[in-house]
Design a protein around this ligand. Structure first.
Ligand code: ADP
Length: 268
C-alpha cells in the first residue's frame, strides 16, 4: 500500500488566525528507508565472509607459538581488528533492525531489577583490574512491558560506557526508580565527562565527543544510537547530563503505562 507522509506545521496568529502548512515528505521518507535497508543488507552480506576470516585467524593465533615474532604480531593484530569489525557489523545489523521496526517490540515483561544486576555483574568483569565501584539502587520491583533483548542492549551500552569512560577506581551508580511521571533508569559515573556542546549530537551514529580517545575503548560508535532507538520504540526518551571532569549521567525515561505489577507466583 502506498503511504503518503506529510509534515504539518501550524502557526498561530493573534487569537484565532492559524496558518497550516502541509509538506509532502514522502520522497524523503522513502530515501531514508532505502538508506536503512542498504546499510542492513551490506552488513548482512559482510558478516559471512568475515566469520570465515575470523575462524581461520583464530586457528592461526592458536598455532602461532612457533612463528617468528613479526608474524605473530601481525596475526594477533589481524585477529583483534577482525573482532572489532565483527562488533561493528553486529551493532549495524541490530541498529537497522531496531530502526526499521523489523524487530517488532515484543510485549514481554522485563524484570529490570534483575536485568541490571546481571549487566553490572558483566560490567565488573569488563572493569577487571580497574576495580570500579558499583552501586545498584532499585526502589521499584514492577516489570517493564517491552522487548527484553532491545532493553538489555540499551542498558548494557550505557553501563559498559560508564566503565569505558571512567578511570580506574571510579564510581558507577545504577538506579531504577519510579515517580508520578514514569520509570527511570539512571546510569551515573564519576568519569571523564562530556563537554555539553556535544550532548545534542551524541546519539548520532558514529558521533564521538573526543575522537582521539575512541580507539582504545573498543567501542563501535553506535551504542548511543542504539539506546536512542530502543527508547523511541518504548515511548521513552534519553536524557544526558554531563560536565567535563565531573562525570556523566544517562537517564532512560519510560511512561508509567509500561509498568506492570508482578503477579505473585501461584502456590502449587
Ligand atoms: P562509543 O563506541 O564511541 O562508546 P557510543 O555511541 O556508545 O559510542 O558513545 C558515543 C560517544 O559518547 C563516545 O564516543 C563518548 O565520546 C561519549 N560517551 C558515551 N558515554 C560516555 C560516558 N559515560 N562518559 C563520557 N563520555 C561518554
Amino acid at each position: 500500500k502506498p503511504h503518503i507522509h506529510l509534515q504539518i506545521q501550524i502557526s498561530l496568529f493573534g487569537d484565532d488566525d492559524r496558518l497550516i502548512v502541509a509538506k509532502d515528505v514522502t520522497r524523503l521518507y522513502q530515501l531514508e528507508q532505502m538508506r536503512r535497508d542498504f546499510v542492513g543488507n551490506v552488513s548482512h552480506e559482510m558478516r559471512t565472509p568475515l566469520t570465515v576470516i575470523s575462524g581461520y585467524l583464530e586457528t592461526l593465533v592458536d598455532n602461532a607459538d612457533d612463528l617468528p615474532p613479526k608474524w605473530r604480531r601481525a596475526i594477533n593484530t589481524m585477529s583483534s581488528q577482525a573482532s572489532r569489525m565483527e562488533a561493528l557489523i553486529t551493532d549495524l545489523i541490530l541498529l537497522s533492525k531496531i530502526e526499521t521496526g523489523e524487530q517488532t517490540v515484543h510485549d514481554t515483561l522485563t524484570a529490570v531489577d534483575t536485568m541490571i544486576e546481571q549487566i553490572c555483574h558483566d560490567a565488573r568483569a569488563l572493569s577487571g583490574e580497574q576495580k570500579h565501584e558499583f552501586t545498584v539502587d532499585v526502589t521499584d520491583h514492577r516489570l517493564l512491558r517491552g522487548d527484553e533483548s532491545q532493553l538489555r542492549s540499551a542498558f548494557s551500552n550505557l553501563i559498559f560506557n560508564a566503565v569505558k569512560y571512567t578511570p580506574a577506581g571510579g564510581h558507577i551508580t545504577v538506579t531504577w526508580n519510579t515517580n508520578r511521571e514514569g520509570a527511570h533508569l539512571s546510569v551515573k559515573d564519576t568519569g571523564i565527562g562530556i563537554d555539553p556542546v556535544h550532548i545534542p549530537r551524541l546519539t548520532e551514529r558514529f558521533y564521538r565527543a573526543d575522537p582521539s580517545r575512541h580507539k582504545d575503548t573498543g567501542g563501535t560508535g553506535l551504542g548511543l544510537a542504539i539506546v536512542k532507538h530502543v527508547l523511541l520504540n518504548h515511548d521513552g526518551n534519553l536524557e544526558i547530563r554531563s560536565e567535563i571532569g565531573d562525570g556523566s549521567e544517562f537517564i532512560c525515561h519510560f511512561p508509567r503505562e509500561r509498568l506492570v505489577e508482578r503477579v505473585p507466583e501461584k502456590e502449587a
